[in-house]
Design a protein around this ligand. Structure first.
Ligand code: ATR
Length: 262
């Protein structure tokens, strides 16, 4: 029988993980089946137990279960511990292990665009789970300063208080969304504004050389404004592929090339 993998979430129909993992498998010659699993909102734990009891090798976890997955794991990687969320599960000797590959997915997507990260100043708009998951991998990749701008300033301040000890080599700063200004190498939209169709206004006082929208396949006022300024920009499909490649490589010990799947 082929190796069994799955992604669990609620909803799950929209997930593109099966097609990505099957594409990586075809490229690397690994025999696997990757399915979608819809867990009831109160049935996450039962779902993953059932999957591993049936001989499943690895699972991805998506909305809204990443924090529950974190709480379930007996062993966490450093980056999962810092993110407070898990998107990649596997069993080793009957012990549930968890990692979070989202942040590294973003780093690899940015590298695939040939945008430099070393010694850079980055602005991240948003202070939710998406931002929490990318700070440590960005700093590991050499980012020097990260400004977090959020509609609710206290949430950005809390995020920095939680993460500053994990990234002592970087400068972290919180600002209110209404105070967007400064000059950045890269600005990243990590808010859910594009998903809900809300506009984000980037004032003239905010200057930037590159713009990355974490969402993909949605109209984005953030990207529209970057493009209108002629700034190189990209949306989050590369990050999705990047996190999938990282999970695939943890489970299968082979790392496909991101550029082959964009
Ligand atoms: P995720 O886990 O995807 O980061 P989240 O935790 O719900 O989702 O966080 C959503 C982020 O998008 C928050 O930073 C939120 O700002 P608040 O903390 O002020 O709520 C931000 N956000 C959502 N809609 C927004 C909008 N229309 N304009 C600006 N920021 C928005």
């Amino acid at each position: 029988m082929s190796k069994q993998f799955a992604v669990v979430g609620n909803p799950i129909e929209q997930s593109r993980s099966p097609e990505l993992h099957h594409a990586f498998a075809a490229k690397t010659g690994i025999d696997l089946t990757y399915s979608k699993r819809l867990a009831p909102l109160d049935g996450f734990e039962a779902n993953i137990q059932d999957f591993f009891a049936q001989g499943g090798i690895g699972m991805n976890v998506t909305v809204p279960f990443k924090e529950q997955a974190y709480a379930q794991c007996q062993v966490l990687t450093e980056r999962a511990r810092i993110a407070g969320a898990v998107n990649t599960l596997w069993m080793e000797n009957g012990v549930l292990h968890g990692d979070n590959t989202d942040g590294q997915g973003l780093v690899e997507a940015i590298r695939a665009l040939d945008w430099n990260l070393e010694n850079t100043d980055i602005l991240i708009i948003g202070a939710g789970g998406a931002t929490r998951g990318v700070i440590y991998p960005l700093v590991q990749a050499g980012v020097k300063k990260i400004v977090i701008a959020n509609r609710t300033l206290t949430r950005a301040e809390q995020l920095i208080a939680d993460l500053k000890d994990a990234v002592p080599q970087a400068e972290l700063q919180a600002i209110a969304l209404t105070d967007l200004a400064g000059d950045f190498d890269i600005i990243i939209n990590a808010t859910s504004a594009s998903l809900s169709g809300d506009a984000l206004i980037l004032p003239e006082a905010l200057q930037f050389k590159h713009a990355y929208e974490m969402a993909y396949g949605k109209p984005s006022t953030f990207l529209d404004q970057a493009r209108a300024r002629g700034v190189p920009s990209a949306e989050g499909f590369g990050m999705l592929v990047g996190q999938a490649i990282e999970s695939f490589s943890i489970w299968n010990g082979v790392k496909p090339q991101l550029k082959d799947f964009l």
